[in-house]
Design a binder for this molecule. Structure first.
Ligand code: PEP
Ligand code: MN
Length: 263
């Protein structure tokens, strides 16, 4: 179902009115984690003014250490929904457990499946029961074929609205958090008709790598960008080092829009 051979045209996925794919860019921005209403509101208003069309924010966080901030959970989801009402941007947030699938289907415009759950096949199969589009992040060490097969799981269970997200893979290099695989963009676009969005924030792990990699991703044909933006990165509860201040995000998008015009 994901194979380009049987579906030559690019899929255009509708995220509550925002088109993604076939020349339409998803410009997803927001904090790594929802921390408070004021925080999300400030970031969302600034990002929207810069041109973002989808708001991100983690409520349920997959953290490496059980002692790290785990996200505000249901309270975080409630805050995201409130900001969505005020600012008018569709929201994307990560689902970790099928327990909240119905709730997410009701409230979340784009359901994110994180890198760590890319091969949680039970979770993937359940996503066929909802009609919300899915943002499927690439697993930390997933090959293209494994990633496509995970999309296939969702599609085969009844939900064909899948957007792929390259977020860097594990390599021998430790200076960067992960290694952004820019080649995944043309490869996935050749093998599938699904939109491919790039997350340079989790790839590099450093804020100053975000802008050059975002520009390279759009030049390589990405269907969008997911970027972490925080109003006060030094005090962020998660991923401050890779988060852009709103002003930086603004100048990044201005450049990205110019590149998108010539691609
Ligand atoms: C995220 O985008 O919030 C996230 C946790 O990313 P990943 O699953 O790619 O690590
Ligand atoms: Mn993060």
């Amino acid at each position: 179902l994901a194979n380009r051979a049987f579906h030559p045209e690019d899929s255009v996925i509708d995220v509550s009115g925002v088109k993604v794919g076939g020349g339409h860019l998803a410009l997803i921005a927001g904090p790594c984690s929802v921390e408070s209403y004021d925080q999300v509101l400030e970031v969302a208003e600034a990002a929207k003014a810069s041109g973002a069309n989808v708001l991100r924010g983690g409520a349920f966080k997959p953290r490496t250490s059980p002692y790290s901030f785990q996200g505000l959970g249901l309270e975080g989801l409630k805050i995201l929904c409130e900001v969505k009402e005020t600012v008018g941007l569709p929201i994307v947030t990560e689902l970790m457990s099928p327990q909240y699938l119905d709730l997410f289907n009701e409230k979340v415009d784009l359901i994110q499946i994180g890198a760590r759950n890319m091969q949680n096949f039970d979770l993937l199969k359940q996503l066929g029961q909802v009609d919300r589009p899915i943002l499927l992040k690439r697993g930390l060490n997933a090959t293209y074929e494994e990633w496509i097969m995970s999309a296939e799981y969702i599609m085969a269970s009844g939900n064909e609205n899948v957007i792929l997200c390259e977020r860097g893979i594990r390599t021998f290099e430790t200076f960067t958090r992960n290694t952004l695989d820019l080649q995944s963009i043309p490869v996935l676009r050749k093998k599938t008709h699904l939109p491919v969005v790039v997350d340079p924030s989790h790839a590099g792990g450093k804020w100053w790598l975000v802008e050059p990699m975002a520009k390279a991703a759009v030049a390589a044909g990405a269907d969008g960008l997911m970027i972490e933006v925080h109003n006060n990165p030094e005090c962020a509860l998660c991923d401050g080092a890779q988060s852009l201040k709103p002003e930086k995000y603004d100048s990044l998008l201005a450049q990205v829009k110019q590149i998108a015009q010539v691609v």
